[in-house]
Design a protein around this ligand. Structure first.
Ligand code: RFL
Ligand code: PHB
Length: 391
């Protein structure tokens, strides 16, 4: 098998890249280790930055998003019995975000790819990337019980945090920057209309809570829990009671309960792999970097990376200049580090770290008060949340 761009992984990064390349007339093959149903149902991100929504529209994948996605013009911060709304358009010259689940983005992109795009192989597991330093890199993979080789001009590793492509970058050329947070998120999906029309991020002495949503009929809620928590250890009753406590306002607002249909626990981690390129192998999305979900940045970073790669490759094909491709890692990392900083700030401002000192707790409240009382501080949050520019 041979193609111009071999793409490992059919998450948002790999699927969008295949679509962008198809639109630019560049052929590609996508290898995905899991089956289609798994990729379409894996519960993850819910928030698209405006720039991400614009990219999906321009790629012809925005029709359903614009029909059923929810445009959000703000979020609410809750702390110390206070409620503070952050008004995105007013602070950022009109920017907003879109509530549209990663599952739906993947469904839309898979449907387009199967209809109009190049090969997308499910249950095709990449085993290794070889020859990245030379002119014809290869992906060894297993599909239908047999081993095969995909020969490419370029390989893009979009295979997430647990993928294989990162391993093809020699250790002596790699630097990893990492932080693990001493808590996790317990996330639930519930068949109940969201109790607020915008997302609520709550700092509470008992720990962080987040009220989000998937649709006008479905809520998505998260609780900070100790590292290593088993999702099954929390009963539905305990989850609702804890959410009520952490989201409580004292002004008559109420959290509506409903049947919980899914529960899972996510560890919290920051991780950056530098560089994001080795020869003809390029890393994109979670394969190169992870952020804690508090800033809602992971999927949006993945989109920024593949937009940067697609632009760079089309620039090379049009002008013969590899200058943008050579700058890929540097270009992506500028935005990645801004998102790392933003996610770290949101995480440390809103979670209660075990062993936090009273001094640190007062500082958290002071940071929240600063946002509530200074338009400059509020604007900084709004700019970060609605997204840093690509490239
Ligand atoms: P993905 O989505 O992990 O996709 C990688 C794909 O590669 C496949 N794969 C392989 N295929 C072939 N051969 C191999 N050897 C392979 N190894 C792996 C996998 O099966 C998979 O299909 O990475 P990608 O495309 O980079 O996308 C990244 C995003 O998924 C991730 O950053 C976000 O979900 C993070 N995230 C959020 N991001 C946001 O922008 N906004 C949010 O609101 C948000 N909320 C979240 C989140 C992540 C969460 N969890 C569960 C980590 C909330 C949560 C709870
Ligand atoms: C979600 O809806 O899953 C979600 C929203 C905002 C976040 C993280 C996750 O910061």
């Amino acid at each position: 098998m041979r193609t111009t761009v071999g793409i490992i992984g059919a998450g948002p990064a790999g699927l969008l890249l295949a679509r962008l390349l198809h639109d630019a007339g560049v052929d590609s093959v996508v290898l995905e280790s899991r089956d289609r149903a798994y990729v379409e149902q894996r519960q993850r991100a819910g928030i698209l930055e405006q720039g991400t929504a614009d990219v999906l529209r321009a790629a012809g994948a925005g029709e359903r998003m614009d029909r059923v996605g929810l445009r959000h013009d703000g979020i609410e911060l809750r702390y110390a019995g206070r409620r503070r709304r952050i008004d995105f358009p007013a602070l950022t010259g009109g920017r907003s975000v879109m509530v549209y689940a990663q599952t739906e983005v993947c469904k839309d992109l898979i449907a387009l790819q199967l209809e109009e795009g190049g090969p997308l192989l499910f249950e095709a597991e990449a085993l290794a990337v070889e020859g990245a330093e030379g002119d014809s890199p290869r992906v060894r993979f297993r599909h239908g019980g047999a081993e095969d080789v995909l020969r490419c001009d370029y390989v893009v590793g979009c295979d997430g945090f647990r993928g294989v492509s990162r391993k093809a970058v020699p250790g002596e050329l790699t630097r990893v920057f990492e932080r693990t947070y001493p808590f996790s998120w317990l996330g639930v999906l519930a068949d109940v209309p969201p109790s607020h029309d915008e997302l609520v991020y709550a700092r509470h002495d008992r720990g962080f809570a987040l009220l989000s949503m998937r649709s006008p009929a479905t809520s998505r809620l998260y609780l900070q829990v100790p590292e290593g928590t088993d999702a099954g250890a929390w009963s539905d009753e305990e989850i609702w009671r804890e959410l009520e406590r952490r989201l409580e306002t004292g002004d008559g607002w109420r959290l509506e309960r409903g049947p919980i249909t899914q529960k899972s626990v996510t560890p919290m981690r920051s991780h950056v792999h530098e560089p994001m390129r080795h020869g003809r192998l390029f890393l994109a999305g979670d394969a190169a970097h992870i952020v804690p979900p508090t800033g809602a940045k992971g999927l949006n970073l993945a989109v920024g990376d593949v937009v940067t790669f697609a632009r760079a490759l089309t620039h090379l094909e049009r002008t013969g200049s590899a200058e943008l491709l050579d700058a890929y890692s540097q270009t992506c990392l500028r935005r990645v580090w801004q998102a790392e900083r933003f996610s770290y700030d949101m995480t440390t401002m809103l979670h209660r770290a075990p062993g936090a000192t009273p001094f640190e707790e007062r500082l958290q409240l002071a940071r929240l008060e600063r946002i509530a009382s200074s338009r400059a501080a509020e604007t900084d949050l709004a700019e970060g949340y609605t997204g840093f520019p690509f490239g």
